[in-house]
Write a protein that binds this ligand. Structure first.
Ligand SMILES: [Zn+2]
Length: 250
């Protein structure tokens, strides 16, 4: 029952995140006006706004101009539904689950925008660090806030150094994104996310270059890999963090 509720909540969140990914880089508000067809401007009816079902209902096309609706929307809705079912199913409606769901949502938006536009807008990162600290205050008091503040400085600082040394490999958006992750996961969780991102990023990079899809000079956005690592830590953190940092005890 908790899992089903989690799936429904997650798919609704996923539907909203799809709108955020589309609108934020265009400078539009994600909440108003109501969702509409980007081609003909027709507003979506009530049934079409339902996650997943809405897409099936219109057979993936705008009812007015027959323009194709990206299949990424229902995939995102299903994906977020599954993640949310997993998190809420394992933890219930706890502060820790809320912490995970907010960070997963931000990671999804950052990945989507970075993949399409090669930027991670500040609105997705900076203000949310305060939210991470507030949640820490409720769950762990002063000590919680301190360990997350350390996460902001430690994770952001590490990527800042890498950005300077690599000169262009990583940008300011990645630095702020990692600082954000530190504010939600602290140093161990944040660094574990980053290590996973580097490993998967390197593997995917090699595959893309060897298969000839990308050349060595092409820049591959790193944000989506950071997001992937973060989501994995949010879902499997208890097992992943000790695997990456076996000497850490906390
Ligand atoms: Zn249309």
């Amino acid at each position: 029952m908790l899992k089903l509720t989690g799936f429904i909540i997650g798919s609704i969140i996923g539907s909203f995140l799809g709108v955020c990914i589309h609108r934020i880089p265009r400078g539009e508000s994600p909440v108003a006006p109501r969702s509409h067809c980007p081609k003909c401007g027709a507003q979506l009816g009530a049934a079409e706004l339902i996650p997943i079902i809405g897409y099936v209902f219109i057979w993936g096309r705008c009812r007015h101009c027959r323009e194709r609706v990206s299949v990424l929307y229902p995939i995102l809705e299903v994906g977020c539904g599954l993640l949310s079912a997993r998190v809420l199913g394992a933890e219930g409606f706890t502060l820790s689950a809320v912490n995970s769901l907010i960070l997963i949502s931000l990671a999804v938006v950052a990945a989507g925008i970075d993949f399409q536009h090669r930027i991670i807008p500040d609105i997705v990162t900076l203000p949310w660090m305060a939210v991470g600290l507030v949640i820490a205050a409720f769950s762990g008091g002063i000590q919680g806030v301190f360990s997350r503040a350390l996460g902001i400085v430690g994770c952001g600082g590490l990527v800042f150094l890498i950005a300077i040394i690599s000169r262009g490999g990583m940008g300011g958006g990645d630095v702020k994104f990692m600082a954000l992750i530190g504010s939600f996961l602290g140093v161990p969780g944040g660094l574990t996310s980053f290590v996973i991102a580097c490993v998967i990023g390197a593997i995917v990079g090699v595959i893309l270059i060897v298969s000839g899809i990308k050349s060595r000079k092409d820049e591959i956005p790193f944000g989506p890999f950071i997001s992937l690592g973060t989501i994995m830590v949010c879902v499997f953190g208890e097992r992943l963090i000790p695997m990456v940092f076996p000497w850490l005890r906390f």
